[in-house]
Design a binder for this molecule. Structure first.
Ligand SMILES: Nc1ncnc2c1ncn2[C@@H]1O[C@H](COP(=O)(O)OP(=O)(O)OP(=O)(O)O)[C@@H](O)[C@H]1O
Ligand SMILES: [Mg+2]
Length: 455
């Protein structure tokens, strides 16, 4: 049964609405203020939020704003005691599903509730189903990840994200931060493998002036920068044993000293780490400290490779087509069916990053509105057998013997002429549309029409 949160500062109104909604079979909870509602929303999911607009501490419009800013898809219905049209306009403008003016008829109220709840199955869940915090994907695998993120983000538990290169681990890390209570504090990333061992300690913990040769000024480390926020330790599997030990100590004691410093610094940092190694294997092989592993992987999240969730490919293609069309100021909005088939059968060793690069190049190279297979640059690893059916050579039409009588040039010219004629017929002689149909520029179409005397 759908769950509904009722927010109103007036007790009688809260009780009235709760009785009304419970009677309809909904699970109803109440909050006595906007602030209380914010707290509840951070931990619990609702299918609908109904809120009074006029409330003393944090009003309904501010609550709505918060919900929208945090990408929460729950529809919001606002109630106001005064038939004040400005409030109603503001509510709708700021993304409220609807509003209702007190006093209202019970049936009108229930009608709005039902329709708002209906809107979830049509839009919000669909929205949710194909993206989450900038992560695109509607496969069952991704939905599970979205759900996990939503549940663990507010808990402050350390998270270890693992998955092949290019699967979106960094996006997942950011989503966790954005959904956490520390969302408005810093998210500080560091790529462990990119920093030599001699420097990583001072990157993580900072150093005092004169701590070592070259330390001409004091430095604030990652842990201080990320205080009250999240530190993202990328490629954590590359940490050397020495640094692993030092990191473990900080995680245990929640305090440390800068390199060469004397002051003990206390911090409150959530660690989100990522790796494309199998850290459990690294632990077994004695290359990664087991105690550190368990501290980091309080919640493990595996991001599956793209080939294990092929249903995400069309969604991602669409998303990247829009992105790069806008960026390159082009209008490439589609892949030809054949090009899409090639991608659906491709293994994507470089995962989403590779798909993004393929589409970026495709949009850059393509001169028509549609990406053809020729504009796809794939690396070697194709999924063999299926591709045979779409091999261009095998697909070539068979020619009649006429080609040997008239010669290639004449034969091709005849085909071209017939194609132009047919396109003109299909478009009621609109040259513009016919050119489009043949994916040609208007100029070359007009040129060929002249050449073949089709005017
Ligand atoms: N689900 C997704 N939706 C949209 N973009 C994605 C998705 N997954 C990955 N990307 C994009 O692909 C690129 C690679 O993603 P990201 O950096 O998060 O991967 P990664 O798993 O951290 O890879 P690596 O292990 O190589 O660091 C980025 O440009 C990212 O925006
Ligand atoms: Mg990464």
């Amino acid at each position: 049964m759908p769950s509904i949160l009722v927010v109103d500062d007036e007790l009688s109104m809260r009780e009235f609405l709760k009785i009304l909604l419970d009677k309809e079979g909904f699970t109803t909870e109440t909050a006595a203020s906007g602030t209380e509602a914010l707290k509840t929303i951070a931990t619990d999911n609702y299918d609908l939020i109904i809120s009074d607009i006029r409330m003393p501490d944090l009003d309904g419009l501010t609550l709505l704003e918060h919900i929208k800013n945090n990408d929460i898809n729950t529809p919001v219905v606002l109630i106001t005691a005064y038939a004040s049209p400005e409030d109603a306009v503001l509510a709708m403008k700021n993304g409220a599903y609807d509003y209702i003016t007190k006093p209202f008829k019970v049936e009108d109220f229930l009608k709005i509730v039902t329709s708002a709840l209906g809107s979830i199955s049509e839009t919000s869940i669909d929205d949710k189903a194909s993206s989450f915090e900038g992560i695109i994907g509607g496969s069952r695998e991704m939905l599970k990840i979205y759900d996990l993120i939503a549940r663990i983000a507010p808990t402050h538990a350390n998270v270890l994200i693992h998955g092949e290169s290019g699967t979106g681990k960094e996006l997942v890390a950011k989503a966790i931060h954005n959904r956490s209570k520390a969302a408005h504090n810093a998210f500080v990333p560091i790529t462990c493998s990119a920093i030599p061992e001699s420097l990583i300690e001072s990157e993580l913990f900072g150093h005092a002036k004169g701590a070592f040769t070259g330390a001409i000024a004091p430095k604030t480390g990652l842990f201080e920068l990320a205080d009250n926020g999240s530190a993202f330790l990328d490629e954590i599997g590359e940490l050397t044993p020495l640094i692993q030990t030092k990191l473990l100590r900080v995680l245990q004691e929640r305090e440390f000293k800068r390199v060469g410093g004397s002051e003990t610094i206390k911090v409150n940092v959530r660690i989100i780490s990522a790796t494309n190694k199998n850290l459990e294997e690294e632990v077994m092989a004695g290359r990664f400290r087991e105690d550190l592993f368990y501290r980091l992987a309080v919640v493990p999240i595996r991001v599956p490779p793209l080939r294990e969730r092929r249903s995400d490919v069309p969604l991602l293609v669409d998303y990247f087509l829009k992105k790069y069309s806008a960026l390159f100021d082009k209008e490439v909005h589609e892949l030809s069916a054949y090009a899409m088939e090639v991608l659906m059968n491709y293994d994507f060793p470089g995962n989403v990053r590779e798909l993004e690069n393929i589409i970026e190049r495709g949009v850059a190279l393509e001169s028509s509105n549609i990406i053809l297979p020729e504009s796809l640059t794939l690396s070697m690893h194709r999924k063999g057998e299926n591709l045979k059916t779409i091999d261009r050579d095998n697909q070539a039409p068979s020619f009649s013997d006429e080609i040997f009588d008239v010669g290639l040039e004449q034969y091709v010219a005849d085909i071209e002429k017939n194609a132009l004629k047919q396109a003109l017929k299909e478009t009621n002689n609109s040259k513009m549309k016919a050119a489009d149909l043949l994916k040609m520029s208007f100029r070359s179409f007009r040129y060929k029409v002249k050449k073949y005397n089709l005017d």
